[in-house]
Design a protein around this ligand. Structure first.
Ligand code: ADP
Length: 296
């Protein structure tokens, strides 16, 4: 699977890319990260990019296209990749089309994360605060002034790509203002709808451990079994009928508590049972993992 994540700085591209990497076993190709590594290592590319990046401008197209072309050729990108931060200009998108054509590779989707601009500054501020807390080095371009310039360059140079990919029927737009896991689910749904992923990729860790049909069967039956105690929990959690006097409000509240308790009990038991089955299954089916992976 080969996809592009499109969105302004702070839209959550990096976060989503990492989650997608875990889920689908493909690599994240972030030009920003690669350039930062080049700057840190003091390579010729790094020396070229350093000042431009610090000022919030864009590194020349041919530099990033060269980096990406080399990176796509590496063995770990064979299964697929997520492009994060590339392409950023129309010439970069055209160059990517060319190089994918030459390498006989197909782009599956371009996912645009749409966010309210007013949220971006505070998101970046939160990111900076969290990095400081973890004792990590903060990006030199994560300041309000440079962010404003990065946003301006997104608007003028990168936003035209929305039109570019929409014309080519590649674009899917997702509301990037939702919670992180909701965005991930929405991306997954889109990829499913586009046929870019197989329907079962939703539980990669489970698939990794026990993709064999046997294990899946076991998990299913475990879930079934788990439903039984859930029934008991439902019964146990059922309160005595509220007195008529208690009125609608009390009835509603009581119902809510029962629902919550039951939901919790079901979830817990089912989770345990499935985990157990999956664990068991993992001993039986590593062969099919390879088969399935190789298919992607
Ligand atoms: P963000 O998307 O949060 O702004 P990135 O980490 O993707 O940050 O990029 C950081 C900087 O690296 C950019 O501001 C730009 O200077 C440079 N850069 C990254 N990708 C590209 C690209 N595809 N083309 C040109 N410059 C890039």
């Amino acid at each position: 699977m080969r996809i592009i994540l499109l969105g302004p700085p702070g839209s959550g591209k990096g976060t989503q890319a990492q989650l997608l990497v875990q889920r689908y076993g493909i690599v994240q190709l972030s030009t920003g990260e690669m350039l930062r590594a080049a700057v840190a290592a003091g390579t010729p590319v790094g020396l070229k990019a350093k000042e431009i990046m610090a000022g919030g401008g864009l590194v020349p197209d041919e530099v990033v296209v060269g980096i990406i072309s080399d990176r796509i050729d590496q063995p770990d990108a064979k299964n697929g990749f997520i492009l994060d931060g590339f392409p950023r200009t129309v010439p970069q998108a055209e160059a990517l089309d060319d190089l994918l054509r030459h390498k006989h590779l197909k782009l599956d989707a371009v996912i645009e994360l749409r966010v309210n601009e007013s949220a971006l500054l505070s998101r970046v501020e939160t990111r900076v605060a969290q990095m400081r807390e973890r004792g990590e080095e903060v990006r030199v371009d994560d300041t309000p002034e440079v962010l404003t310039r990065r946003l301006a360059s997104y608007r003028s140079q990168t936003e035209p790509l929305i039109h570019y990919y929409s014309e080519r029927r590649k674009l899917s737009t997702i509301d990037g203002m939702m919670a992180i896991d909701e965005v991930t689910r929405a991306v997954h749904r889109q990829l499913l709808a586009l046929g870019a992923v197989e329907p079962k990729t939703h539980a990669r860790s489970a698939a990794q451990a026990a993709p064999a049909k046997k294990a899946a069967k076991k998990a299913k039956s475990a879930k079934k079994t788990a439903r039984k105690p859930a029934k008991a929990a439902k019964k146990a959690a059922k309160p005595a009928k509220p007195a008529k006097k208690a009125g609608k409000g009390a009835k509603k509240a009581a119902k809510k508590t029962v629902k919550k308790t039951v939901k919790k009990a079901v979830k817990k038991t089912a989770k345990k049972a499935v985990k157990k089955a999956v664990k068991k299954g993992s001993k039986t089916g590593p062969k099919k993992v390879t088969k399935k992976r190789a298919k992607r």
